[in-house]
Design a protein around this ligand. Structure first.
Ligand SMILES: Nc1ncnc2c1ncn2[C@@H]1O[C@H](COP(=O)(O)OP(=O)(O)OP(=O)(O)O)[C@@H](O)[C@H]1O
Ligand SMILES: [Mg+2]
Length: 342
């Protein structure tokens, strides 16, 4: 299914034909046709900004403006004037009148990126706009009416933010009329070859280079990797490959990431439930134990399973679940396939 019409082909394209991404595409098409407020969620690097732009381009507002506001990049004292604009003299330093992003998006789309980081006082004012589509500039008496399509995105869990009192539930229900949840890349690994191919061609053209297709052993590593940084990480990896020109650049980057995950296993976060954090810590610890045992036995999985007193099948499942490669990475010689079966 082609999402973007040929005239819009220069815009970022949402790639992926896996079942998970097919669901996302269908949701995008339905949301673009409905024109109701959309909330896009997903881990960092999963493509939330690409989806927001695609929604706009597929909607009836495609010829009007697409105005993006990055909520966390602005201090909360500034975000209100950024969103709603101000009249001359509204505050010290307001030497002239300025329209805000809400007004600039008139008849078009307003994309609030990382809305989970929006200050609570500004949330209240935004709620008012969504209730009656009216607002005033700071220091202004005139009430203005706007016609905007609101798209929001966040990598935060807004349910948890609401429970913690950091996000207004009435605003949540206004912005979350239609929700689109982007899967992490480790949940749609079948899209990896297509994404690799796309970014390879893109960066080869950009840097004027031509490289060998990736070897099957590196492809296997990439397909098994756990991708904490999702599609953005994959794109950066391909870029590195094109710039440095060797597959070793990819293998080293993956090794570094694995090593970093192993040295900082417990990300303590006071906002997350204890049960969730404990489960995550146990998984990280289990992964480290398995990795160490695999290394001790030169990645002979039968011997590793025996040493850990689990079945061979259970070990294979755990290797896959932990996002470990099926084969050892790096320069040291792994045991042979025949040896592995002994
Ligand atoms: N499905 C996809 N198809 C093609 N490119 C993608 C896809 N998903 C992400 N990308 C690319 O990966 C990079 C990151 O995407 P994007 O900025 O949309 O992620 P994000 O979810 O908004 O991340 P963050 O939460 O960090 O803001 C971009 O260069 C984007 O073009
Ligand atoms: Mg983003």
């Amino acid at each position: 299914m082609q999402l973007i019409s040929p005239s819009l082909s220069s815009m970022p394209m949402l790639l992926g034909n896996s079942p998970a991404m097919t669901v996302v595409r269908r949701q995008i098409e339905q949301a673009a046709a409905a024109g109701m407020p959309v909330l896009i969620t997903g881990e960092s690097g999963t493509g939330k900004n690409v989806v927001a732009q695609t929604l706009h381009l597929l909607s009836s507002r495609r010829d009007q403006s697409f105005v993006q506001v990055n909520c966390p990049s602005l201090p909360h004292t500034l975000i209100e004037s950024e969103l709603f604009g101000y009249e001359q003299g509204a505050f010290t330093g307001a030497n002239h009148t300025r329209s805000g992003k809400v007004e600039q998006a008139q008849n078009g789309t307003l994309f609030l990126d990382e809305i989970g980081d929006l200050d609570v006082t500004v949330q209240a004012k935004l709620l008012q706009v969504l209730q009656d589509f009216r607002f005033s500039r700071l220091g202004g008496a005139e009430e203005r009416t706007v016609d905007i399509w609101l798209i929001c995105a966040t990598h935060r869990n807004l349910q948890e933010e609401m429970e913690a009192g950091r996000f207004r539930s009435d605003l949540y229900y206004r912005i979350n009329v239609v929700s689109i949840e982007l899967p992490p890349l480790r949940d749609h690994r079948s899209d990896i070859p297509m994404l690799l191919d796309h970014f390879l061609r893109h960066y080869e053209e950009k840097f004027g280079r031509s490289l060998e297709p990736l070897s099957s052993s590196v492809m296997r590593l990439l397909e098994a990797y756990h991708w904490p940084g999702n599609v953005r990480e994959l794109e950066n990896l391909v870029k590195r490959y094109v710039v440095l020109g060797t597959e070793q650049a990819i293998v080293e980057a993956l090794n570094e990431s694995e090593a970093a995950a192993a040295t900082s296993p417990f990300i303590v976060d006071g906002h997350l439930p204890l049960r969730f954090q404990t489960q995550r810590a146990v998984r990280v610890l289990e992964r480290q134990i398995i990795l160490r045992a695999l290394n001790e036995h030169r990645w002979n999985r039968r011997k590793t399973a025996q040493s850990l007193d689990i079945s061979y099948r259970a070990l294979l499942y755990k290797i896959k679940d932990a996002g470990l490669p099926r084969l050892r990475q790096g320069n040291a010689t792994p045991c042979s396939p025949e040896e592995n079966e002994r």
